[in-house]
Design a protein around this ligand. Sequence first.
Ligand code: NAG
Ligand code: NAG
Length: 303
Amino acid sequence: MRFLPRLVISAALGIATFLSWRLLLRSPAAGHEGDLAPEAEEDLTLTLDTFLHIQQLRKERLRAFCSRSGKVTSPPSSWEERARLLLSLRVSTKLDLLYCQVPSTGMEEWQQLLEKLEENENVTLPVPLPYPRQHAPETQLSKFNLTEIEAMLGSYTKVLFVRDPFQRLISTFMQGMGSSPSFSSFVQDVLDSGQPNAPMAWNPLVSLCQPCLVQYDYVVMFGFLRQELGHLLRRAGLPVDSHLPKFTDTQVRWTYSWLSEQMFSELSLQQKKQLSHFYRWDLAAFSFSGSLLSDLLSTPETW
Ligand SMILES: *[C@@H]1O[C@H](CO)[C@@H](O)[C@H](O)[C@H]1NC(C)=O
Ligand SMILES: *[C@@H]1O[C@H](CO)[C@@H](O)[C@H](O)[C@H]1NC(C)=O
């Protein structure tokens, strides 16, 4: 098990995903495109009240983190600095949405959904904006000027996608974005890459998404995307029901918790500790229940 080749893991993941799709196809929920019926393995239906309560808890945790971490809280006046800090932030000027684009957090399905919504010309937003609407094709927040950025930060619906950092790493490794022969040497590359300018594929979310600068309205969790985004988009006034795609995160969630344990056991204790340190901000800012890395964080109050 020590040098589990990537191929074997990918095959295992593929089979597991295939099996859960088979399960899904047999379930009565299949075939109802667009409704919010729970998926096969997802036996709870998220009510709006529960969704809002969870959002409240996630945002409180994030605010508590921001109040003690000393992170940047307003857009810098220098253009270069903004370009660096806001690199991963995307906007849809048609839908008045802002989100942070991080690989392996559900982005592919989310962006397909946005494209569909943008194509639908009849989108009318419930809340009029305090400045003239502009339909810019530009999606990168940092390309707008400071006045525009501040207006967007103040009025758009802002969404942050989060996922357990160790699972993000596994996903990156399996997509072959590291060229390492084993997971353990890949992790070593990650640790050696250092911060704050680590590649986007594994840079901590707190560095990429600037959650103390952007007051996100919603923090959505990988594994629950379909239900959470359904509530979110309806509250943002978007006609979501006929567009909501089949998010695959629910199906891979179980496979990933199994994989995490296997791959975690390939790492040395020192690597595990260093990884926990590397992701200490994400582990403090967000609640990843059952994250293998949080257990190792001996001194969570030091950054
Ligand atoms: C948009 O609305 C117009 C008039 O209300 C309607 O004729 C048209 O079919 C709608 N288009 C879409 C894409 O829903
Ligand atoms: C920012 O951009 C808007 C729209 O392009 C423009 O009207 C405004 O004058 C610009 N503001 C500054 C400070 O450059």
